[in-house]
Ligand binder design. Structure first.
Ligand SMILES: [Mg+2]
Length: 242
């Protein structure tokens, strides 16, 4: 079934969860992650969808909840979940000492790589190297990966010019599944562009719609090119719901 046809049938679902990643999906990727800006039309669409009966809307990001909150500004009714499903702005799950240790190590690596940026979150640390030279960046990532390999409690995820270490127990797939249950939703639409979004695509059922943004291998059944296509997808969901 084409994406258009699948979206057009959403009106038949009893309860709908519309969940989306943020960076690369609702906001174009930028060289400085702290300057990412959500597409205004996409965000307005999400807010309108959240107002409808029987529709729950969520943004599920790798960023910390507080950062997501401040980047998005006012998005009434939209559920925000940070750190790949582990940060809803509530209590920290645990493992904070390990996060301090990770942060100290990664800051040391970052000090030797001009153009890198370290992002310390509640359950983990991200190392961004989009603005660094490729060869030394690769060495830096290797050293992070071998450090993490010696510590079995740490989960490592590689994304777009980003490597992340985390002590958090959940991934985005768990988070979206839990939200689906909480919302009592029959169908899920999930949109995302990166490696951690694959955990969601892999758990979607036949009644759900997974949409990968951009190139690369994916478990999603549908694909669009970029953020402006996501705006169209959200508009199509709105019109399918009438
Ligand atoms: Mg993304």
């Amino acid at each position: 079934m084409t994406l258009e046809a699948a979206l057009a049938r959403l009106g038949e679902c009893r309860g709908l969860l519309v969940a989306s990643d943020f960076d690369g999906t609702l906001a174009p990727i930028v060289s400085r992650p702290d300057r990412a800006v959500g597409d205004p039309s996409a965000l307005q669409s999400l807010v309108r969808l959240a107002r409808r009966d029987g529709v729950v809307v969520a943004i599920v990001s790798g960023r910390a909840f507080a950062e997501l909150r401040s980047l998005l500004g006012d998005a009434p009714g939209v559920v925000l979940i940070g750190e790949h499903g582990n940060d809803r702005g509530e209590e920290v799950v645990g493992g904070v000492e390990m996060v301090d240790e990770m942060a100290a190590f990664i800051r040391g690596v970052g000090d030797n790589l001009p153009g890198s940026a370290v992002e310390v979150k509640r359950h983990g640390v991200g190392f961004h190297y989009r603005r660094a030279d490729a060869a030394p960046a690769e060495k830096a990532v290797d050293s992070i990966l071998s450090w993490a390999e010696e510590r079995p409690d740490i989960t490592v995820t590689e994304g777009k010019e980003l490597v992340e270490m985390s002590v958090a127990p959940h991934h985005k797939g768990d988070a979206v599944l839990a939200l689906k249950e909480e919302a009592g939703a029959e169908c899920v639409v999930f949109i995302g562009d990166d490696a951690t979004d694959e955990n969601v695509f892999a758990m979607l059922g036949p009644e759900d719609i997974g949409i990968k943004v951009g190139p690369g291998e994916t478990a999603a059944r549908h694909r669009v090119d970029d953020v402006s296509d996501v705006v169209e997808v959200l508009a199509a969901i709105e019109s399918a719901l009438g």
